[in-house]
Design a protein around this ligand. Structure first.
Ligand SMILES: CC(C)(COP(=O)(O)OP(=O)(O)OC[C@H]1O[C@@H](n2cnc3c(N)ncnc32)[C@H](O)[C@@H]1OP(=O)(O)O)[C@@H](O)C(=O)NCCC(=O)NCCS
Length: 182
């Protein structure tokens, strides 16, 4: 398991799946805001890639996030789009509603940076998020990500086009202890 100061990132367990499906993916608004594809129901037991891990998919590494203190499931974290030629990847995360606003998101980004830069030897990490997602923007900025641009009206979300922000972090600018909690 990879550990931060508050959370751990471990493999997806079978009994995580119904909780993640109910609290993240079956919430149409959350799912529409967090994913780049349209919401659709996921059949229990289906091998849907949003929940069930395919270990053969090299460029996509999903984790379940747990509290270090007690092991309660907190949400999901993913290093995706791993490109071993350009040595870059994207970061994604989603926390259960009751687990938001406690500093876990900031810690998850820190752990994914460690995984991307130290374990995988990457050079650049990238995050795309909706421009109004203050918690995600702050979680990224607290770890050293900088805004590299605004993708105007790039996301169709629940009946309207919204702007997305592109944030990037290069390994030479990464300070593992940037968050005061780490
Ligand atoms: C986005 C998300 C991962 C952030 O994780 P989190 O644990 O809630 O965030 P943190 O508690 O670490 O807070 C990070 C910062 O955002 C601020 N913040 C948290 N929730 C906020 C909110 N609802 N509104 C405004 N600011 C907020 C915190 O005060 C903190 O600011 P600081 O660094 O200045 O102290 C989490 O809220 C989430 O899962 N949201 C739903 C799914 C989602 O949006 N995923 C991202 C898709 S790209």
């Amino acid at each position: 398991m990879l550990t931060g100061t508050k959370v751990g990132l471990r493999a997806r367990h079978e009994d995580d799946i119904p909780i993640l499906r109910a609290e993240l993916y079956d919430d149409v608004v959350n799912s529409s805001r967090a994913e780049s594809r349209p919401w659709r129901p996921i059949t229990p037991g289906s091998p849907d890639s949003r929940l069930v891990v395919d270990d053969k998919e090299e460029g996509h590494v999903p984790f379940s996030v747990v509290e270090l203190d007690g092991g309660t499931l907190v949400g999901t974290a993913t290093l995706w789009g791993i490109d071993n030629h350009h040595r870059s990847a994207h970061i994604g995360l989603g926390l259960r509603p009751a687990c938001r606003g406690k500093g876990y998101g900031t810690d998850v980004v820190a752990v994914l940076c460690h995984y991307g830069f130290v374990v995988r030897g990457l050079h650049r990490l990238q995050i795309e998020t909706l421009a109004d997602n203050v918690a995600m923007l702050r979680s990224a900025e607290r770890n050293g990500f900088v805004c590299e641009g605004v993708l105007r009206s790039s996301a169709w979300v629940m009946g309207e086009f919204l702007d997305e922000v592109l944030l990037g972090l290069l390994v030479q600018d990464w300070k593992p202890d940037r968050s005061p909690d780490r």
